[in-house]
Design a protein around this ligand. Structure first.
Ligand SMILES: Cc1cc2nc3c(=O)[nH]c(=O)nc-3n(C[C@H](O)[C@H](O)[C@H](O)COP(=O)(O)O)c2cc1C
Length: 179
């Protein structure tokens, strides 16, 4: 099962992420949890989130980039759900063997992150990658959709199809590995 932890503060205003979700909606065994719709008061149901993660083989953190980082509710989700004794520490092996995909959309281009004083796009992934690896997960190559500020509808849809293909490739590899 693929679990999409979707953190868009204004999902009704989304262009890029909404198309990505539309593309993957027909895939089998995909569960989408839209955090800002589930928890508008930021009161995360930890047991429900941990149960959803337990059912998944692939966890996806999907969100628009905000100030070179993740939206605050996703940060809170990580802080609360990846708890001691469950995700890490003594007896904390609930995530071992699962995979993690970071799926991010950005207004700027990839090069926007590379120049001058900017930290570089890959660097931005490091805290997420470290978190995943610390919890025993396999970190997959991130999926990024850049330039959403200037992309026309057709280009956004093409990128969204690329997202679907990325998940389909993972499903295929997973099934191949099991047979
Ligand atoms: C508060 C805020 C901060 C943002 N910070 C960044 C940023 O640091 N880098 C960037 O490339 N885009 C930034 N953006 C642009 C969003 O990432 C972009 O609008 C989003 O990925 C588009 O996806 P959507 O159509 O699903 O909303 C920011 C947007 C907002 C609202």
């Amino acid at each position: 099962m693929i679990l999409i932890i979707y953190a868009h503060p204004y999902p009704q205003h989304s262009h890029a992420n909404r198309r990505m979700l539309e593309q993957i909606s027909a895939l089998p065994d995909v569960e989408v949890r839209s955090l800002y719709q589930l928890y508008p008061d930021f009161n995360i149901n930890i047991a429900a989130e941990q149960a959803a993660v337990s059912r998944a083989s692939l966890v996806v953190w999907q969100h628009p980039m905000q100030w070179y980082s993740i939206p605050p509710l996703l940060k809170l989700w990580i802080d609360k759900v990846l708890s001691h004794g469950w995700a890490y520490g003594h007896g904390g092996n609930a995530l071992h063997g699962k995979s993690l995909l970071w799926a991010v959309t950005t207004g700027g281009s990839e090069h926007h992150f590379d120049i001058g004083d900017y930290p570089g796009f890959e660097v931005l992934a490091q805290p997420l990658q470290a978190t995943a690896v610390y919890c025993g997960m396999t970190w997959l190559p991130p999926f990024a959709m850049h330039c959403t500020f200037v992309c026309d509808d057709e280009t956004l849809s093409a990128h969204a199809r690329r997202y679907k293909q990325c998940l389909m490739n993972w499903l295929e590899e997973e099934q191949h590995g099991q047979s």
